[in-house]
Design a protein around this ligand. Structure first.
Ligand SMILES: Cc1cc2nc3c(=O)[nH]c(=O)nc-3n(C[C@H](O)[C@H](O)[C@H](O)COP(=O)(O)OP(=O)(O)OC[C@H]3O[C@@H](n4cnc5c(N)ncnc54)[C@H](O)[C@@H]3O)c2cc1C
Length: 417
């Protein structure tokens, strides 16, 4: 018998890592993408690997914050008010899950998922096949406001109870960790368990690695229809061609619901738009990645530069750059790094991407009840890079009908159907 053929629909970081591990399992793999592989969410993000993010986006307190922020165009979290039925449904599910019970159910599985992924990233680095600038400096949660600090220290204690390596630092202690800049903060939590990488390099090197080993990568090829007979996908179609395979993997990022619908599946998800830009530092080096907590801005040193990223705008995909949102990120920088001068980026220096946000803040991973030869992998929201290797590895295990690295029943793609 020849090799089993797998087609992966969507070549962001989730699709690329699925291809990587499917190849290792001996499958013949083809990736099909509607874009050019750089115009998705997986290159310009903050590159953080985050076991610290064991609290899903749908968490206690998010509803009141969301409502407060909704009317401020510079705010970090924004749900565009609209009667769009998908958004309304998403909002109701989000609201239903923003509670302590959901957090209690999700925290340990999310922690394990991130830690498995971090291990796989470590393995990749020690094997030396793919370079992607992995650094183990942790992430600093910087805060200015005492109330926010208290909340963060409460989370840090939960993190410690979950066995994560975390330090609670006062202003002087955190300043010692950043000797080249003057911090203007009340304190920080240092998640030493976290790490970071250079996502642009990761994506490029994964693509090269896969191509060199015979993985087919078709770009500018949007899947327009899915041919199903007796709960089995026979083929997918682009405008140009029909593509047949034994098994299909849906990794369409923020476009997952539309693709799922073509397969007769109901997978709720909204795009969470965010922006980033790069800064070339002088002597004022920032050593550690950080999250500026009140502003919800991510700061990541990478490739000799610093990337600033943020905002979460829950709305259908749109390609306009909202300069007010970018200004919101830019304004926050000197509030935490005093006298740190960053030029306001011009529109052509600004990157944006759409986080694939499920309403309960948990990924989708697994087979569905309706179709026997389809695996869904997506909905990782703000953690898609962090969770990508473990997702890809488990896609390959599912494909090979092996036991997965961890119990994935919580992540069932059927959970809202
Ligand atoms: C500002 C910002 C900062 C972030 N920081 C971090 C971070 O620090 N750490 C972290 O873990 N995550 C972070 N994220 C989130 C992370 O970037 C995403 O979770 C991740 O990139 C999602 O990957 P994906 O492969 O699922 O989706 P994508 O990268 O969007 O890929 C989906 C692919 O599917 C393709 N596709 C869609 N429809 C079709 C179709 N019909 N036919 C064929 N192909 C199709 C698309 O073209 C696309 O290439 C950040 C996001 C943003 C916006």
């Amino acid at each position: 018998m020849g090799k089993q053929k797998v087609i992966i629909i969507g070549a962001g970081i989730t699709g690329l890592f699925s291809a990587y591990y499917l190849l290792q399992e001996g499958f013949e793999v083809t990736l099909i993408d509607k874009g050019n592989l750089t115009d998705n969410c997986s290159s310009g993000n903050a590159g953080m690997i985050v076991p610290s993010h064991f609290i899903p986006l749908a968490a206690p307190g998010m509803i009141s914050k969301g409502i407060k922020w909704m009317f401020n165009s510079r705010s970090p979290f924004y749900v565009k008010p609209s009667l769009n039925p998908e958004l309304l449904r998403w909002g109701i599910q989000f609201w239903k899950h923003a509670n302590a019970k959901h957090l209690a159910v999700s925290a340990e599985p999310l922690r394990d998922f991130h830690l498995l992924s971090k291990n796989l990233y470590n393995n990749l680095t020690s094997e030396g096949t793919i370079e992607f600038g992995l650094k183990h400096k942790g992430i600093l949660m910087l805060y200015k406001n005492a109330e926010v600090g208290e909340e963060e220290i409460h989370v840090a204690k939960q993190a410690k109870d979950l066995g994560l390596d975390v330090d609670i630092l006062d202003a002087a202690q955190v300043q010692e960790l950043e000797p080249y800049v003057t911090l203007d903060v009340a304190g920080a939590v240092h998640y030493k368990c976290d790490a970071h990488l250079y996502p642009n390099q990761l994506v490029q090197n994964l693509i090269t690695y896969l191509k060199e080993r015979g993985v087919g990568i078709l770009t500018d090829s949007a899947i327009t229809s899915i041919e199903i007979k007796n709960n089995h996908i026979n083929a997918v179609h682009t405008a140009q061609q029909k593509h047949e395979a034994d098994l299909f993997v849906l990794t369409g990022g923020a476009w997952l619901p539309g693709l799922a619908k073509r397969a007769g599946l109901d997978i709720p998800l909204m795009p969470g738009k965010g922006y980033s830009f790069m800064h070339q530092p002088g002597d004022d080096q920032i050593v550690h990645p950080a999250l500026l907590l009140e502003a919800k801005v991510a700061v990541t040193p990478m490739n000799g530069q610093v990337r600033f990223g943020g905002t979460m705008e829950i709305a259908p995909v749109n390609n306009k750059i909202n300069m007010k949102r970018v200004e919101g990120i830019w304004n926050a920088i000197p509030q935490y790094y005093r006298n740190y001068k960053v030029a306001m980026p011009q529109p052509d220096q600004i990157w944006y991407g759409f986080r694939p946000c499920s309403p309960d803040g948990l990924p989708y991973l697994g087979y569905t009840k309706k179709i026997e030869n389809l695996i869904v992998a997506g909905g990782h929201g703000m953690m898609g890079v962090s969770l990508a290797p473990a997702t890809g590895k488990m896609v390959a295990q599912l494909a090979a009908r092996q036991q997965t690295l961890m119990d994935i029943s919580l992540f069932s793609p059927d959970r809202f159907a």
